[in-house]
Design a protein around this ligand. Structure first.
Ligand code: ASP
Ligand code: MG
Length: 472
């Protein structure tokens, strides 16, 4: 059985919902073919229609500022958008029932907003109640639409099925309790050969107070549900083809990475591979459940598969990425020579000013670090200067070559650096895990460095296999 999670753009409008239904139908047919009458699922998890969570948080802000009329006008606008999208439900009776559910949901939101507008205060708890409506609404629409198309679905209230702690806006799932709740609210639906449809991002505490898992939390919901139920695969349906070998704005023709390990995906996430936040799929990876990123606009493209480990590929690298806007801080002190405690003292300064450090290299008397949030850097530098010499250089970039293959081939580090050629390197780092080689260069050298790396390691045909006669 699989969990299929559809993001905001994959449920944005009627055309998107038509694609979603075709994708769910195809999965259902594939399962039936493979498993016959015993086939269960899929479980469908959806985001709010794209843009709706932002709008709802805006409504909450309006209410908090006492602008009740403005908040209610925004809600009516949102209501209309959901009514329009509901035209996708082709069965008259099912659509009427759905419109009644949507109206009840919006009536409740209006009451909440009116009350908060009088109080002029919106606590995180009420923020969650308002924000959660986006997924409650979208999941109701999807369940109705599937039913109207003869795909037997049942709406599942995520506030009953996903149990969290009370940390509003960043709630943590309680796994044993969620598993028990899923057995009550989802398992019977599956046993009746129906498709459970639930909103992502949303849960509730043990006491039934609505919570959300944090922005982008629908992927997390899919992973939580999938891992609690021990499904065979989690599919993340989005609007891109998967993870790419490099940044399409910088290199020519990056390719989709067919298979990536969780550790590799985590390294790349820092570099803005925004397809998903690796932390959100961690529960799935921990249980060895494969996660597949797929494009709902091109359902037949193979996408990117993420697993805890991945099989050896002929390509030594999986991807190359860069991050601009980085500052290098050089800290030199002869006191560091054969002394202890220096690094601790140094990093405690960054810690005190809550400034994350990314790449670190050291020699006997100096430490270089990179910082990408330089807001508190002047204060950091001032404090460091009391015990070391400090210099900073802005407009730098981190380039990272990622691949589990780096662990196998001892010559890879040299090959990566050779490919970069004459671009000056300010820092070079390879951690003991040897899953990536990271170096720091000037921002303006990024296009050259990244293109050279990509051409060397991601030629459309593996170089050894390109026979002149067949290509020329
Ligand atoms: N709708 C929520 C958000 O926009 C959750 C999600 O889409 O994953 O953050
Ligand atoms: Mg998302």
């Amino acid at each position: 059985m699989v969990v299929m999670k559809f993001g905001g753009t994959s449920v944005a409008d009627r055309a998107a919902l038509d694609r979603l239904m075709a994708i769910v139908r195809a999965q259902r047919q594939a399962d039936a073919q493979q498993e016959g009458g015993d086939a269960r699922g899929p479980i469908v998890v959806v985001s709010a229609l794209s843009g709706v969570t932002d709008r709802l948080l805006g409504v909450a802000a309006q209410a908090g500022a006492g602008d009740i009329d403005g908040a209610i006008a925004s809600l009516r606008d949102l209501h209309q958008r959901h009514v329009t999208v509901s035209e996708v439900v082709t069965d008259e009776a099912i659509r009427t029932a759905l419109l009644g559910d949507l109206a009840a949901e919006f009536a409740e939101l209006e009451r909440v907003v009116a009350a908060l507008g009088v109080l002029r205060e919106v606590s995180p708890r009420w923020m969650d109640t308002i924000a959660a409506a986006g997924e409650i609404l979208s999941s109701r629409i999807v369940a109705a639409a599937l039913n109207a198309q003869g795909l037997p679905a049942a709406w599942v209230d995520s506030r009953l099925a996903v149990v969290t702690d009370g940390e509003h806006q960043a709630a943590a799932p309680q796994f044993p309790e969620t598993t028990a709740a899923l057995m009550i609210h989802v398992d019977p639906v599956l046993a009746a050969h129906r498709i459970p449809v639930m909103g992502g991002f949303v849960g509730a505490t043990r006491d039934g107070v609505t919570t959300t898992l944090g922005r982008g939390g629908s992927d997390y919901s899919a992973a939580i549900v999938g891992s609690c139920l021990g499904v065979g695969e989690i599919q993340i349906w989005t609007d891109v083809d998967g993870m790419l070998t490099s940044d399409p704005r910088i290199v020519d023709e990056p390719q989709v990475v067919p298979h990536i390990s969780f550790a590799e995906a985590s390294e790349l996430a820092y570099f803005g591979a925004k397809v998903l936040h690796p932390a959100t799929i961690q529960p799935a990876v921990a249980r060895n459940i494969p996660v597949r990123i797929l494009n709902s606009r091109r359902a037949n493209a193979r996408g990117t598969l993420i697993t805890a480990e991945r099989p050896v590929s002929e390509r030594p690298l999986t991807a190359v990425a860069a991050k601009k806007g980085v500052t290098v801080v050089d800290i030199t002190s002869t006191r560091m020579l054969m002394a202890h405690g220096f690094l601790g003292r140094l990093f405690s300064v960054f810690d005190r000013y809550r400034t994350p450090v990314d790449v670190v290299t050291t020699s006997e008397v100096s430490v270089s670090v990179t910082v990408d949030d330089a807001r508190r850097l002047p204060a950091v530098v001032e404090e460091l200067s009391s015990f070391a010499e400090v210099s900073c250089e802005g407009q730098m970039a981190i380039v990272c070559a990622v691949g589990d293959g780096l662990q196998r081939d001892p010559a890879m580090a040299a090959r990566v650096l050779a490919a970069v050629g004459d671009v000056p390197l300010r820092m070079v780092s390879q951690a003991a895990g040897r899953r990536n080689i990271t170096f720091v260069i000037r921002e303006r050298d990024v296009p050259t460095a990244l293109s050279r790396l990509h051409e060397t390691f991601f030629a459309p045909y593996p170089v050894s296999a390109s026979v002149a006669g067949t290509r020329g």
